[in-house]
Design a protein around this ligand. Structure first.
Ligand SMILES: Nc1ncnc2c1ncn2[C@@H]1O[C@H](COP(=O)(O)OP(=O)(O)O)[C@@H](O)[C@H]1O
Ligand SMILES: O=C(OP(=O)(O)O)[C@H](O)COP(=O)(O)O
Length: 411
């Protein structure tokens, strides 16, 4: 067992929201087509729709929903009008939408909402305070919180995927309103408990994708807290560790790693290896060379690395098959091109077929899941970084704020 403790967080069973005015923070931040502004994958919206329905049917609150979408300045920073349409479609309720967050139009719509009705506010990051990180105390004094909190009887946080952000809509409200974690948040925590509080091993982490800097922070925590028996690397993370071990990847791949700002991370990766981290790296890759695909061993790499190779898939799958706990985050290859999905698809298959408890996080990897193969041993988390930061031992601001709230309002 690890020495990590999950704080006791209040749930909907501990606060009264029956026919009350409730502000529920959700995370329906989804991938957006940068050219058309259309939603590319609505999994988070579908998952939240279930719990929204549950809450409305059980407690009949006047339910106001809030979420962010993207970050200001990015192509996926858009209004939530389309999200409201999808929420209506998946919940079967008319989810009203207001193109305002804290202004008079939003406040009027909130005040007019009746028990059993649902209203979605516009992108919370339209309010500049929402992108600033600060302590719960500071966030509770923001205009955001001071304008909205008086209109509500309670606050519910169901946005597990944003639990690592210390922003007003996550940590400010719990200090001024009776608050609880929502059903989805609770379900995510239960799945995490299974990993954090279990004695089971081997514990295998399969880490890939492109967010290499974030993953190094996670790996450092995993090593410090002795959380992982093996870390199977794929994606760009694998390439970094191979370079750190002194293995040549060829000019093209080195140039790509440089463009992505990954080369300066080599000393940190070397240090992680020196610490004795149980890092495994691929022994072969699928590369793209002159428009053709080829499986090549390390040591003979020529062309652009696009996926892990067949031998690596076989060896990694064996590790996954024998594991008791498997945590997966980030795809193994360039899944946008169907020629390079094999690594990701086959490692996921090994996970479906293993007897391990499997936790899958992150948008790209979740979009590759075959939903017909899921069972009670597999938890597909809505979180990416929130999930890994938590598992690697960091305190999530959302949990801290809910804990503080319980002390203020429930004891
Ligand atoms: N070898 C590789 N070279 C370039 N990109 C890669 C490689 N392997 C994986 N990727 C890319 O990783 C991206 C997803 O990574 P990331 O954003 O970290 O995942 P998540 O959405 O789960 O957080 C995909 O766009 C995929 O093309
Ligand atoms: O998608 C999210 O996180 P993820 O990239 O870790 O899955 C959350 O919505 C948090 O978004 P943010 O990283 O813009 O604060």
């Amino acid at each position: 067992m690890t020495n990590m403790k999950i704080p006791r967080i209040p749930t909907l069973r501990e606060i009264n929201i029956r026919e009350k005015r409730v502000f529920m923070r959700i995370d329906i931040n989804v991938p957006i087509d940068p050219d058309k502004g259309e939603i590319l994958d609505d999994r988070r919206i579908r998952v939240h729709s279930q719990t929204i329905k549950e809450v409305v049917e059980k407690y009949r609150p006047a339910l106001v929903l809030g979420s962010h979408q993207g970050r200001p300045g990015e192509p996926d920073f858009i209004t939530l009008e389309k999200h409201a349409e999808l929420l209506s479609k998946y919940t079967g309720y008319n989810v009203k939408f207001v193109d305002d967050v804290i202004g008079p139009t939003a406040r009027k719509a909130i005040q007019e909402l009746k028990p059993g009705e649902i209203l979605l506010l516009d992108n919370l990051r339209l309010v500049s305070e929402e992108i600033i990180e600060a302590t719960p105390e500071k966030q509770s004094y923001t205009i955001f919180v001071r304008r909205l909190a008086p209109l509500f009887d309670a606050y519910v946080n169901d946005a597990f995927a944003t639990a690592h952000r210390s922003q007003p809509s996550i940590v400010g409200f719990p200090l001024v309103l009776p608050s609880a974690a929502g059903p989805l948040f609770e379900k995510e925590i239960m799945a995490l408990r299974r990993v954090v509080e279990s004695f089971e091993s081997p514990r295998i982490f399969v880490l890939g994708g492109t967010k290499v800097r974030d993953l190094l922070r996670v790996i450092e925590n995993l090593v410090r807290n002795k959380m992982a028996d093996r870390i199977l690397t794929t994606g760009l993370l694998a390439q970094l560790f191979l370079v750190a071990k002194g293995i040549g990847l060829g000019k093209e791949n080195m140039r790509y790693l440089e463009e992505k700002g990954i080369l300066p991370l080599i000393p940190r990766a070397r240090y992680i290896l020196l610490m004795g981290a149980p890092i495994e790296t691929p022994i072969d890759f699928k590369v793209l060379i002159d428009g053709e695909t080829r499986n090549v061993g390390i040591g003979e790499i020529n062309g652009k690395i696009m996926d892990i190779g067949e031998q690596t898939i076989r060896i990694y799958s064996e590790f996954i098959k024998d594991a008791k706990i498997v945590v997966m985050r980030g795809p193994a290859g360039v899944i946008e091109d169907e020629r390079f999905r094999d690594g990701t698809v086959k490692l996921l298959e090994a996970a479906y077929n293993s007897k391990a408890f499997v936790l899958i996080g992150g948008g790209h990897l979740s979009s590759m899941i075959d939903e017909s193969k899921l069972n009670e041993h597999i938890h597909v988390s809505t979180g990416g970084n929130a999930l890994l930061l938590f598992l690697s031992g960091e305190t999530l601001p959302a949990l801290k704020a809910l804990e503080l709230s319980a002390k203020m309002f429930l004891s």
